[in-house]
Design a protein around this ligand. Structure first.
Ligand code: DGL
Length: 289
């Protein structure tokens, strides 16, 4: 029998407490990567359910919200590292969150650099929230790492909602996933796309559905594994706590009809707590310009 292929990564013996944060359940894709790479870490999870979704909020509302919510969540579980498992938040307010916390903060940004290395046709699709699509940060990443490539962008809040619904166990018709990604393939030059960056942490939850409903085979890549590596890299030395468990924190009290507690339980976060967070002066109804 031929030798088995080498395992793609060696789990790290690192110990410590990590808090993974997103607007909703998308960051669970990143928490899973961190748990796989650092099985001795205690991984907590927080969802800003009181302000979900982020993808259609104004920059002003998010800039006001993020440092406040980050501080409240960090005060609740005292992690060694805070991971913003959200492209929409990281591409806007990473600096503001870093300034508000005294621990290392890891951000999530679109995997444009690996996509530029991977593409053979030179045409990359970027699937994200409308917020991430319009960020100057995203434009800079493209300029720096994908110069000479064609990058076709599409922002879909609908796909965020489909991914949340899918995670809650709803049966979504495949056509909905086909329709959510169709604008990429239908854009000028879209028939050349061979690599799609999933630049929203919700989207790897429905990677299988995207692959199954694409008009032809393309690679879907994301930053989850890179974030896990970076999280372990920035863990302060001699962090001793760690092991199993991990609490999940929500910023809106979960009620009986809210399926998110069931999702969290299924992903290994059975202990769900509510963290009160001051409401924004600018409300969640403020749509992006
Ligand atoms: N999961 C988030 C991201 O990576 C955003 C989803 C949302 O709240 O719109 O961008």
């Amino acid at each position: 029998m031929p030798d088995a292929a080498p395992y793609p990564f060696e789990p790290s013996p690192a110990r410590g407490r990590v808090l993974v944060f997103d607007s909703g359940v998308g960051g669970l894709t990143v928490a899973g990567e961190i748990r796989a790479l650092g099985p001795r870490l205690t991984v907590h999870y927080a969802a800003d359910t009181g302000f979900f979704p982020y993808g259609d909020k104004s920059d002003e509302a998010l800039r006001e919200r993020l440092p406040k919510v980050a501080r409240a969540l960090v005060d609740a579980v005292r992690p060694d590292v805070f991971v913003i498992a959200c492209n929409t938040a990281s591409t806007l307010a990473l600096a503001e969150v870093r300034a508000a916390l005294s621990i290392p903060v890891v951000g999530t940004v679109p995997a444009i650099k690996p996509a530029a290395r991977l593409t053979e046709t030179g045409t990359i699709g970027l699937l994200a929230t409308p917020g991430t699509i319009r960020r100057a940060y995203t434009a800079r990443l493209i300029e720096e790492f994908a110069a000479g490539k064609r990058v076709i962008l599409h922002g879909s809040l609908e796909l965020v909602k489909l991914a949340e619904a899918h995670a809650r166990g709803e049966d979504i018709p495949p056509e909905a996933f086909a329709a959510a990604q169709a604008p990429l393939f239908n854009a000028e030059g879209g028939d050349e796309i061979d690599t799609i960056v999933l630049a929203c942490t919700h989207f790897p939850l429905v990677r299988g559905q995207l692959i199954a409903t694409a008009p032809r085979p393309v690679s879907y890549i994301d930053s989850g594994a890179a974030i896990a590596r970076q999280t372990i890299r920035v863990l302060p030395e001699n962090t001793q706590s760690g092991g199993q468990g991990g609490t999940s924190l929500l910023t809106r009290p979960p009620d009986e009809t809210d399926g998110i507690t069931r999702v969290l339980r299924r992903y290994g976060f059975p202990d769900v707590q509510f963290v009160a967070c001051e409401p924004n002066a600018t409300t969640s109804a403020d749509a992006a310009p």
